[in-house]
Design a binder for this molecule. Structure first.
Ligand SMILES: Nc1nc2c(ncn2[C@@H]2O[C@H](COP(=O)(O)OP(=O)(O)OP(=O)(O)O)[C@@H](O)[C@H]2O)c(=O)[nH]1
Ligand SMILES: [Mg+2]
Length: 308
């Protein structure tokens, strides 16, 4: 494609335009999804204090006059869980590593685990630039404290760049974006300039509902549930959404509903606000809870529930 001829939003794309896929990978809970939301300055990927929040690969697209960065959020690569859904999540992450222009590998300062070593096994196979991000340095009392961890990880692997950061610091996010820009290949837009994700509105909405469930429910319960949209209709400026929360056991249904429906009401209110922010219109959200025993370890059920 001739870059000079490519136009978008009535603007000519610059001849030095850059674009590419940037995988964000790492073990669970290191801050991958939070980083992506900060990089694109929009909430697309769900986050929580719990490991294994992200279940699907999601493209988050940032387009300017100079570049298009397609960040690929991935589930945390993990060990110890052997259900079909865990294999699906690990596969979604490891297959992404093999097929991008740049890798952002996230770890957490001071906490190298067996799962980081598992990620390293995948990273060793790649030939593209790898930026090893040491996240959560805001937890340190002084910047010096990062040095022993930098030493430790450098002995295991020499990335293209080592980049200590806190995802919550704007300065760090800007510096990381500039570093990514350096490694982006010169090429035309991959997606239309108006796209922000490869996922549908319905997908993002099920994720927002699941985020509230991840954040409010305790113990193992959030891992035993999934969300499916049953009705999605626009009525003027009102979006009517009906969604079903599938749990694994009958006893879990009562916990999700809560005492006099309190929990479901809380989840519904918080999810509705997030969805309204995302869609930029009023939302009427109805939530149901149903039991679908064994769904997380049933390959056919997983496909029907969107884990394909
Ligand atoms: N203190 C601190 N906390 C952070 C930072 N970045 C992320 N977190 C927190 O770490 C937790 C996990 O963040 P996520 O973005 O969901 O992590 P993830 O790597 O996407 O996790 P999975 O989807 O489970 O693989 C959340 O509670 C975030 O608020 C950071 O720089 N500093
Ligand atoms: Mg995540």
């Amino acid at each position: 494609m001739n870059l000079k001829q490519l136009t978008t939003s009535n603007k000519t794309i610059k001849p030095n335009f850059k674009s590419g896929f940037i995988a964000v990978v790492g073990r669970p809970n290191v801050g991958k999804s939070t980083l992506i939301n900060e990089l694109i300055e929009q909430k697309l990927s769900i986050t929580s204090h719990r490991p294994q929040t992200t279940r699907h690969r999601i493209h988050a697209i940032d387009t300017t006059d100079d570049y298009q960065m397609v960040f690929v959020d991935t589930p945390g690569i993990h060990i110890g869980n052997s259900k079909a859904i865990n294999s699906y999540m690990n596969r979604a992450a490891s297959s992404t590593i093999a097929d991008v222009d740049i890798i952002l590998w996230l770890t957490e300062v001071g906490k190298w685990t067996k799962e980081d070593s598992r990620v390293l096994e995948h990273i060793r196979q790649v030939k593209v630039p790898v930026i090893l991000c040491i996240n959560k340095i805001d937890k340190l009392k002084s910047a010096q404290e990062v040095l022993p961890f930098l030493d430790k990880v450098s002995q295991k692997y020499q990335p293209t760049d080592l980049f200590p950061l806190s995802v919550f610091k704007k300065k760090d996010i800007c510096a990381l974006r500039e570093l990514v820009f350096q490694y982006l290949p010169k090429q035309a837009l991959i997606f239309d300039a108006n796209y922000i994700t490869d996922r549908s509105e319905k997908f993002i909405i099920t994720e927002f509902i699941r985020e509230k469930l991840m954040r409010h429910l305790e113990d193992e319960l959030p891992y035993d549930l999934t969300v499916e949209i049953e009705q999605f209709e626009q009525d003027g400026n009102l979006q009517r959404i009906s969604a079903c929360i599938f749990v694994d056991k009958a006893s879990q249904k009562n916990i999700v509903i809560g005492n006099k429906g309190d929990m479901l009401k809380l989840i519904g209110t918080e999810a509705r606000k997030s969805i309204e922010g995302f869609l930029d219109r009023k939302v009427f959200l109805k939530l149901w809870v149903k039991v679908k025993q064994g769904w997380a370890d049933d390959k056919r059920a997983l496909v029907l529930l969107g884990y394909d």
